[in-house]
Design a protein around this ligand. Structure first.
Ligand SMILES: [Fe+2]
Length: 361
């Protein structure tokens, strides 16, 4: 089939505390804080923090909903590990770096003939650094993490399933993935598109109890693939329905992109996204990315109530972009100035009332 999917867009996780998450992503994983905003569903203010490489490239973006309100249950039917590419030979650095930060790690492992190292987030989430030559995306660097070791963006992700068959059919028939190999319990798929960061490994774990599906600390929530246009989102929804996946969501306005979700047969929530003009740069300049809280225009009038219920966080000073680390400046229109976009397709937006009485943490 001709696939609508063109690569991985983002991966969304639920850590616990927001500052703990911010510190781990920026200091231990060496990611750039790209965006501070909030969950756009429901009526409880929850941060939505975005982390990525120096250019905030699609395919490098891990996002988090710090959800200390409730623990999740890690298990099968979930994304189990978020994978980053690092240059050849960098694994030794990362092992020492994780030791310095007293972060629990796996030691050097190998699958499909490639070295990798896994590390555990304080909330329990897993990440891995995989050596992959030839990934020329622009890395974010820190005082401790230099260009010869820094992550380039996603290598891909590992998803845990109890049975490979229906998840494989979904990947191939609904999303156009190509199966490229099996290594023990790992089944590898190539995500359509071009460039690096398009590997999804299904980890078959028949005995692993199912993980939770809702928001909960210590669990992944979903993985998103880019179909690029609103027209393609509509077509992708039709592909799902034709194959019998009639529970695909409406198309939602996430301000920085448009989204549509479906629960895949192995249990993993899969999102498809369409780009909107300006993307992450539509409400702040490259050198300002991630430095302050941005709300979608339809939440702005409740800013005071929202902010009052969020954990105060401090963005590390070194996370501020320095000259030469970002893409060229682009024109910026603030969210408040920007009209809510006209779209040729119907878009769903949550018009919640943020009630302080619901906040318990
Ligand atoms: Fe998402």
């Amino acid at each position: 089939m001709t696939s609508l999917v063109q690569g991985v867009h983002h991966i969304t996780l639920c850590p616990g505390g927001a500052q703990q998450d911010l510190d781990f992503f920026t200091q231990v994983l060496g990611q750039r804080l790209v965006k501070q905003t909030v969950l756009m569903d429901g009526s409880i203010p929850i941060y939505h923090l975005y982390y990525g490489n120096a250019d905030a490239d699609v395919g490098s973006i891990a996002t988090s909903f710090p959800y200390s309100r409730k623990p999740g249950r890690a298990g099968s039917g979930q994304l189990s590990c978020t994978s980053y590419t690092v240059p050849n030979g960098a694994i030794t650095f990362w092992k020492e770096h994780f030791d310095r930060h007293q972060a629990e790690h796996s030691g050097v492992q190998e699958r499909f003939g490639t070295k990798y190292l896994r590390v555990r987030h304080p909330a329990g989430l897993l990440f891995e650094m995989i050596e992959e030559p030839g990934d020329n995306r622009n890395p974010w660097m820190t005082k401790e993490i230099t260009r010869d070791a820094a992550t380039r963006g996603f290598f891909g992700a590992v998803l845990s399933v109890r049975d490979v068959r229906d998840q494989e059919s979904f990947f191939v028939d609904a999303l156009g993935f190509r199966k490229v190999g099996v290594d023990g319990p790992y089944h590898r798929f190539d995500v359509p598109g071009s460039g690096p960061g398009r590997v999804v490994d299904l980890h078959v774990e028949p005995e692993r109890a199912p993980g939770s599906w809702g928001f909960g600390a210590g669990t992944a929530h979903h993985i998103a693939f880019n179909v690029e246009t609103d027209d393609a989102l509509v077509k992708q929804k039709a592909v799902y329905e034709e194959l019998g996946f009639t529970d695909a969501s409406e198309i939602k306005d996430r301000f920085y992109f448009h989204s549509m979700y479906v629960r895949s047969p192995g249990g993993i929530l899969v999102e498809c996204t369409a780009n909107v003009p300006g993307g992450f740069f539509q409400d702040e300049a490259p050198e300002e990315l991630g430095t302050k809280l941005h709300l979608p225009p339809w939440f702005e009038e409740q800013r005071e109530a929202i902010v009052a219920q969020l954990e105060a966080i401090t963005v590390p000073e070194e996370n501020r972009p320095r000259p030469g680390t970002s893409a060229a400046p682009r024109p910026v229109v603030t969210a408040a100035q920007k009209p809510i976009q006209d779209s040729k397709i119907p878009l769903s937006r949550s018009h919640s009332v943020f009630d302080a009485d619901k906040q318990t943490t």
